[in-house]
Design a protein around this ligand. Structure first.
Ligand SMILES: [Zn+2]
Length: 442
């Protein structure tokens, strides 16, 4: 399994030069391929082309990598041609192109990533505090972006373990249920980001519409809009990553083996809910969240199953009576079962996976535990995650485990407890007690 670390890098003359050289290699390949095809009616092989194309300003493997990309494009064209007669061979020459670096050209020395550009050329040097990647690619998307690819070993799937049900949603990114425990990923941060995204896009769009077509002013607004959308999309992606990591981690801690995810795909098509609802549903990030949960589960040795989520949010987990909840709490009119609405979905998805149909649950449900997004704990959380531990920030009390191993409260005071398990129990108990208090007050 491969994972990618992505980061922005500063624009420099060297990068511009290298990207341009990559563009030259790509264009040369394209022209040579077409010329040979036209004049000799010969389809040059990738191997032949790699021997033909040389560039003194790039690492030889980088040059080969660009040729490989060209041939990958050719292959996808010949595949597409079978179904789409309009498909054309790649024909556009490139001024700039993606710079690939293969393992021979990648080194890490004294906190710097050194990317070799062949003999006689200065290497590209980037500050680096991570492991040596297997493959690096530098592309351009509103600025230079470095993608470092790592090969990670996935944990073996255990033969026994719990089953979890996950309900993806709009209000909460995901709600997971394992036995009688429910974990909610809070989506507040994400929602406000998305709202802002839609609002800002609309504002800039109206400005674009008001301008004279093709004017300099309009171009400026178009550029601003693109930049803004890119930035906010990155922020949304960041939130999703941190939240899904925390969730998968919570599942791992509960020794889950199978993860059943309720499918949302069918509501994306066909249905028109009106303008307002549409904006909500199409802006839904659940597809992304699902993908992230799936591969993170795989990495940690958990298998994922997609479950048809029809009626899962309407069926009472206790008596199987069907009832459509009108607000955020599910209250069964028949047996009086009361629970968090999205929690009900997750419970039913889990039951469906375990018994292939809705089966009443036994035992009481504990109040849901929330995972809140915390912007500053991202890297730490991931590093805990790697060691099989996890960083939780709970909804009510903000106990946090810091990088140095200490657990602190919201005011950064150290909580004097040695082991993380103790703290974890403490937090869960606290959360449960508080939730009980809260429900009694109501
Ligand atoms: Zn009921």
């Amino acid at each position: 399994m491969h994972i990618t670390r992505q980061m922005k890098i500063e624009k420099s003359e060297q990068l511009d030069h290298l990207a341009h050289e990559a563009g030259i290699v790509y264009s040369k390949t394209l022209v040579a391929f077409k010329k040979i095809l036209r004049k000799k009616n010969h389809w040059t092989s990738q191997y032949g082309m790699q021997r033909l194309i040389r560039n003194a300003n790039l690492h030889s493997q980088s040059t080969q990598g660009i040729v490989e990309t060209f041939y990958a494009n050719i292959r996808s064209w010949s595949k597409l041609r079978k179904t789409n007669p309009k498909a054309r061979l790649p024909k556009k020459r490139k001024w700039y192109f993606v710079i690939p670096y293969k393992s021979d050209a990648i080194r890490v020395r004294n906190g710097k990533l050194l990317l070799s550009n062949g003999r006689g050329n200065p290497p590209l040097v980037i500050d680096w505090k991570f492991d040596v990647p297997k493959y690096v690619e530098i592309s351009y998307d509103e600025g230079y972006v470095l993608n470092a690819v790592y090969a990670v070993e996935t944990e073996a799937v255990s033969t026994t373990g719990e089953t979890a049900g996950i309900d993806l949603g709009e209000i909460h990114i995901a709600v997971a249920n394992v036995a009688n425990e429910t974990v909610i990923i809070n989506g507040r941060e994400l929602r406000s980001k998305k709202r802002y995204f839609n609002k800002a896009t609309g504002k800039l769009q109206s400005k674009i519409d008001k301008c004279k077509k093709g004017s300099r002013k309009q171009k400026q607004f178009v550029k601003a809009k693109r930049k803004m959308r890119k930035r906010l999309n990155n922020q949304i992606k960041d939130i999703l990553h941190k939240q899904t990591t925390a969730l998968v981690c919570a599942l791992k801690e509960r020794s889950v083996k199978t993860v059943a995810i309720g499918d949302l795909r069918n509501i994306r098509r066909n249905v028109d809910y009106g303008k307002n609802a549409n904006q909500k549903i199409h802006g839904m990030t659940s597809g992304k969240a699902r993908h992230m949960i799936e591969y993170k589960c795989e990495k940690h040795g958990m298998e994922t199953v997609i479950i048809n989520e029809a009626y899962t949010s309407q069926t009472c987990p206790k008596c199987l009576n069907r009832h459509k909840p009108t607000n955020r709490d599910y209250k069964c009119p028949k047996c009086g079962f009361e629970y968090h609405r999205d929690g009900v979905g997750a419970i039913n998805i889990r039951q469906k996976q375990m018994y292939q149909e809705f089966v009443p649950v036994v035992g009481d449900m504990t109040p849901p535990v929330g995972i809140r997004y915390s912007r500053n704990l991202g890297n730490q959380r991931t590093s805990f995650f790697r060691r099989g531990e996890c960083q939780f920030v709970y909804e009510r009390d903000c106990l946090r485990k810091y990088k140095d191993g200490d657990v602190r409260d919201g005011d950064h005071n150290i909580i004097p407890l040695g082991s993380w398990e103790l703290v974890y129990d403490f937090i869960v108990k606290n959360a449960k007690e508080e939730a009980n208090c809260a429900s009694q007050k109501l």
